[in-house]
Design a protein around this ligand. Structure first.
Ligand code: PAF
Length: 288
């Protein structure tokens, strides 16, 4: 991508790292506080709610758009991931975002550094997408270093990602406050996701069952049913509803993501992942 710098009243689109740093420097000089909302584009109302939250906590909001190759494995949808920068920028401008950063280059040809994550990154998603959190940790670290925000906002839709980034920034002393934003849902309860646009009508109808099954499972656990019995039933209900397969249905500690069993005491997070007509879906909710 060629370097672009578009500036209008109250809005800038920047693709060069040098231009980004000089804008951040200027804002810092005039005492602004900065929030970062990292995205991969293909924006929907869920992303816009992150911008709204960012605006409540900082005087300047930067959104980044970058489809990060290091978090995709071979055979995943890196090449087909929806990209529509023009529409994304319109939505971000409308939402009151001050700067959209679409990096022209993120990884140099000699890039050879990785970020290894543990703790909440282990298990669940990692059992099915082994590369994923290392890729997310790498891009988030690089974006934090370029933007140097005071706060950064991540959606609870990717709950394990949120906890992994909290751990990462705390462990590496990255001076940023990580804020979580609640999941936004379609009218039938399906969690909003850029990948929902892959569905045809049949797939979309099946996908809408995920949160219904999840809520029933969360209620059963809250009412005292054994966690394994409830999660096994949820997995069976998903297959009966037309899902291709179930990656996991699990109940975990809200901070460490350590898996829980038996009867729940206190509160926890219910997390699930499954393929629905070829599209991978994740969702989660609080229990108790
Ligand atoms: O959640 C996402 O969209 C991505 O994983 C993120 C955090 C923008 C990193 O590429």
């Amino acid at each position: 991508m060629s370097t672009e710098f578009i500036q209008e009243a109250g809005f800038a689109l920047i693709t060069s790292e040098v231009d980004l740093r000089s804008q951040i420097w200027e804002w810092r000089g005039s005492g602004e506080t900065i929030a970062l909302v990292p995205t991969m584009g293909a924006l929907h109302a869920g992303h816009i709610s992150l911008i709204a939250k960012a605006k409540q906590h900082a005087s300047k909001v930067v959104a980044s758009i970058y489809v990060n190759e290091t978090q995709f494995a071979e055979g995943e949808d890196l090449d087909t991931y929806p990209r529509d920068h023009e529409q994304d920028c319109e939505m971000l401008k409308e939402a009151g975002c001050d700067l959209v950063y679409i990096p022209a280059k993120m990884y140099g040809s000699h890039h050879s550094t990785t970020v290894s994550v543990g703790g909440p990154a282990l298990g669940l998603e990692t059992n099915h997408r082994a590369h994923f959190f290392a890729g997310v940790a790498l891009i988030v670290t690089k974006l934090m270093n370029r933007v140097q925000p005071d706060i950064a906002i991540f959606g609870e839709k990717d709950y394990q990602q949120l906890l992994t980034i909290r751990r990462l920034t705390a462990d590496l002393d990255i001076p940023v406050r990580i804020l979580a934003a609640p999941i936004l849902r379609e009218p039938d309860g399906l969690a909003m996701s850029s990948r929902n646009r892959y569905f045809d009508n049949v797939g979309r109808a099946v996908a809408g069952q995920l949160n219904i099954i999840m809520r029933a499972c969360a209620k059963a656990i809250k009412d005292g049913e054994d966690i394994k019995i409830s999660t096994d039933k949820a997995a069976a209900d998903m297959i009966a509803a037309g899902f291709d397969n179930v990656n996991y249905v699990a109940v975990a500690d809200i901070n460490s993501l350590e898996l829980l069993s038996g009867r729940l005491e206190g509160s926890a997070r219910l997390l699930m992942a499954a393929h629905c007509k070829g599209v991978r879906l994740i969702d989660n909710c609080a229990v108790g």
